[in-house]
Design a binder for this molecule. Structure first.
Ligand code: DAH
Length: 347
C-alpha cells in the first residue's frame, strides 16, 4: 500500500458524500448550501486535499494533487448538473401549469384616462387648430423664471413662504406656482412670432381643504408684431365655446397682474344654470376661469424682445376647474381621491 492511499481514499469518500448530497438537494437554495459546504476554495474537499498534499512525502505530492483535483471536479460537476436538472424541472412545471389551450383567453383590463387628462387633451386640440404649438417646462423652477422675469416684485405676497413651496430655506429653487415660467423659457429660447399653449401641474401651499396643493393650469402666449386685445378676446371666446358649448358667454373684468397691462379676469357664463344664477355660481351667473392680458413691456425687456416692435397677449386658466365644469364634477377633491369609479365614467 502506498503511504498516501488512506488520504486519497478519504478525499474520494468526501467527494462522493458531497456529490450524493448535491444530487439529493431538493431545491436551488438547499443546493447552494450544500455546495458552499463541500465545493469551492473554502469547502471541505479543498481543505482535505490541501492537508493531504501537506502531509504527503515529497515524491507523492503530485499524485495526491491529481487525485484531489479529480475530487474537486466531481463536486463542480455534481453541482452544475443538479442546478440544470432543477431548472428543467421548474420549466416543466411552469409549462404544465400555464398552457391549457382549451381555456378562453383573458381579456386585458383596459384602464381609463383621468378627467383632467381628457380635458387637457381636448384643450390642446382646440388650440392646435388655431395654430398654437405645445410647450412644456420644468416643474422645479428658479425664482427668476417663476417671479423675477414676470415683474413680480420681491415683496409680492405670492413669493411668501406661505404661498410658495421652496426646495429649501433661502433656496432659489421652487415648485412653479403657475405655468407662466414656460412663457419666459419660450421667449428666451428664440425670437417671435410665438403662439404657444403650455399645460401642466403647478403647486401652491394652501391649507384650505377645498384647495389642492397641486393643480393644473394651461397658459397661452401669442407674440407678434401686431396683436390686439380684440385678438385675445376672440381667441378666448372661441376656445370657451369650443370646449364648453356654443351657448357659453365670456366676460372680461378689468384686473391687475404684474406681467400684463391691461389685465383682465376671465369669467364664463355658468354652465349649470346658463347664467340665471345657481349654487355653483353663487347666484351670480358667472364663473371665474383665470386671468389674461396684454404682455407687459417689462416682461419683453426681461427676455430681450423689443417692446416697441412686438406686442402680445397671454392667458392662464385652471384645467381642473374647466374639467369640473365640463364634466359636472362638483368638488375638486373628487379629482384627486384616486377613486377609479370616477375615471371609469370616462371610458
Ligand atoms: N398666472 C396667473 C395665476 O396663476 C394667471 C394668469 C393671468 C396667467 C394673466 C397669464 C395672464 O398668462 O396673462 O393666477
Amino acid at each position: 500500500m502506498v503511504p498516501d492511499s488512506s488520504w486519497s481514499q478519504q478525499v474520494a469518500a468526501l467527494a462522493e458524500e458531497g456529490a450524493c448530497a448535491l444530487a439529493a438537494a431538493p431545491n436551488e437554495i438547499a443546493l447552494r448550501e450544500v455546495y458552499a459546504r463541500y465545493g469551492g476554495q473554502k469547502g471541505s474537499v479543498k481543505r482535505a486535499v490541501s492537508e493531504a498534499i501537506a502531509r504527503a512525502p515529497k515524491e507523492e505530492k503530485r499524485t495526491v494533487g491529481q487525485t484531489g483535483n479529480g475530487a474537486l471536479e466531481r463536486i463542480e460537476t455534481a453541482f452544475a448538473s443538479r442546478l440544470a436538472a432543477l431548472a428543467d424541472a421548474a420549466r416543466a412545471r411552469d409549462l404544465e401549469r400555464s398552457v391549457d389551450v382549451t381555456l378562453p383567453g383573458r381579456a386585458p383590463r383596459i384602464g381609463h384616462l383621468h378627467p383632467i387628462t381628457h380635458a387637457r387633451r381636448e384643450i390642446e386640440q382646440i388650440f392646435a387648430r388655431l395654430g398654437f404649438a405645445l410647450a412644456t417646462g420644468p416643474e422645479v423652477e428658479t425664482d427668476f423664471h417663476n417671479f423675477e422675469a414676470l415683474a413680480i416684485p420681491k415683496d409680492h405676497p405670492a413669493r411668501d413662504m406661505q404661498d410658495t413651496f421652496y426646495l429649501a430655506q433661502g433656496s432659489d429653487l421652487l415648485l412653479r406656482t403657475h405655468t407662466l415660467p414656460v412663457q419666459i423659457r419660450t421667449m428666451l429660447a428664440g425670437p417671435p412670432p410665438i403662439r404657444i399653449i403650455c399645460p401642466g401641474a403647478v403647486y401652491r401651499r394652501d391649507d384650505d381643504p377645498t384647495h389642492s396643493p397641486m393643480f393644473h393650469q394651461v397658459e397661452g402666449l401669442v407674440v407678434e408684431e401686431r396683436v390686439t386685445f380684440a385678438d385675445l378676446k376672440g381667441t378666448l371666446l372661441h376656445f370657451c365655446q369650443a370646449f364648453l358649448g356654443p351657448a357659453t358667454r365670456l366676460r372680461l373684468r378689468p384686473s391687475f397682474f404684474p406681467f400684463t397691462e391691461p389685465s383682465a379676469e376671465v369669467d364664463i357664463s355658468c354652465v349649470f344654470c346658463g347664467g340665471t344664477g345657481c349654487r355653483t355660481c353663487k347666484g351670480g351667473g358667472w364663473i371665474e376661469l383665470g386671468g389674461a392680458g396684454m404682455v407687459d413691456p417689462e416682461v419683453f425687456r426681461q427676455v430681450a424682445y423689443d417692446p416697441e416692435k412686438y406686442n402680445g397677449f397671454a392667458f392662464g386658466f385652471g384645467i381642473d376647474r374647466m374639467a369640473m365644469l365640463k364634466y359636472r364634477i362638483n368638488d375638486i377633491r373628487r379629482l384627486y381621491e384616486g377613486d377609479q369609479r370616477l375615471s371609469e365614467q370616462f371610458g
